[in-house]
Design a protein around this ligand. Structure first.
Ligand code: PMP
Length: 335
């Protein structure tokens, strides 16, 4: 039997406390700096480790998750990788329900951690179908534990107690205070949790959720189009997302996000597509407040899980894209 407490303590040292990068660019000819948490430094390489670790810790504390009991979750990818690795490390069988169109790297990683994977086709309901099927599975499986990341306040708490305070402390150590924070919304845990903490420190700090302009779920409340920013804008507005507690929604075209991620990689910063979107949205937020405004965001994962996707292809330019107006100067000092 896996010893839960020592393993949780070890995992706690491998999740969070990520570097805050200062990325310097010229945007429309003007010198700009954006701060971004390098979340690929987490145990399995994405921001979702923070949520998974906190949820599993709390579930063990409350007794909702018994030692050795099976865990299942519906996810578009990174969450599945996090729950697989952390769940297996803690001695649990793990089953992941996910839409079948997610990248091959994500599916292979989940399988490599010894988790079962159940792919759900668009005909079976895609993302919402994955959630429904995981609930059916839980009802039929004794002692099953479902983290329910889309509805679980502990997801928000994970970011309110780690990501948010880290950003505040890292900026403070450089003598700075944040004026705005932006983050793409998958479950919304990141933007709601960081938002809760930062607005608690100073209610004037802007907190902007980000979504793809070609599938604006937050604007419409449901899925209306296809997009390529894996990990955000899943098909519905999660119940933990409270738009009335946030500032206005920023939209980024998925092609523009790909081009921005490519541009960051070209200077050595290998980030995923949602990080490209977050970076452009951060520049947009700064545009509203002035070039000196301190704007922070997250680079949720690295480019490694996107080697089979459009991130590795030539992306056509479209009118209105922001990325062609960004010239990367370099990665300033990490805090
Ligand atoms: N980017 C990527 C790559 C992700 O996997 C996720 C999580 N689905 C997000 C952004 C969004 O994070 P959150 O679920 O906290 O909204």
């Amino acid at each position: 039997m896996t010893e839960i407490q020592p393993t949780l303590r070890t995992l706690s040292r491998l999740v969070g406390c990520t570097p805050l990068l200062a990325v310097d660019v010229r945007f429309r000819g003007q010198a700009r700096r954006i701060y971004a948490k390098a979340e690929s430094f987490n145990f399995t390489g994405s921001i979702k480790d923070r949520m998974a670790l906190h949820v599993l810790r709390r579930a063990h504390e409350s007794g909702a998750l018994k030692p050795g009991a099976p865990i299942a979750e519906a996810t578009s990818g990174n969450t599945g990788i996090s729950f697989s690795a952390l769940g297996r490390a803690l001695g649990h069988p793990v089953t992941i329900f996910m839409p079948d169109w997610m990248s091959q790297e994500r599916k292979d990683l989940i399988r490599s951690f010894g988790a079962q994977i159940r792919l759900v086709s668009a005909a079976e309901g895609g993302f919402l179908g994955s959630i429904r099927l995981s609930e059916v599975w839980a009802a039929e499986t004794p002692d099953a534990y479902l983290p329910c990341q889309f509805a679980n306040e502990v997801n928000v708490e994970a970011h309110a107690t780690t990501t948010g305070p880290e950003i505040w402390a890292q900026l403070a150590s450089a003598g700075l205070r944040p004026d705005a924070f932006v983050a793409g919304v998958g479950t919304g845990g990141t933007v709601m949790g960081v938002g809760r903490f930062l607005k608690g420190m100073d209610s004037g700090i802007r907190i902007h959720p980000v979504e793809p302009s070609n599938s604006p779920t937050l604007h419409t409340g449901h899925k209306i189009g296809k997009h390529r920013i894996q990990g955000i804008s899943d098909e519905f507005i999660p119940s933990i997302v409270k738009l009335d507690q946030l500032d206005d929604i920023l939209s980024v075209d998925d092609g523009d996000a790909i081009l921005m991620a490519q541009k960051l990689a070209d200077r050595g910063l290998g980030v995923g597509i949602s990080s490209g979107a977050n970076f452009l949205a951060a520049l947009e937020a700064q545009e509203r407040l002035g070039p000196e405004a301190v704007v922070a965001t997250v680079f949720s994962d690295s480019n490694k899980k996107y080697l089979s996707t459009d991130l590795m292809k030539v992306e056509p330019l479209k009118p209105g894209f922001l990325s062609p107006e960004v010239e990367l100067i370099g990665i300033g000092q990490a805090i």
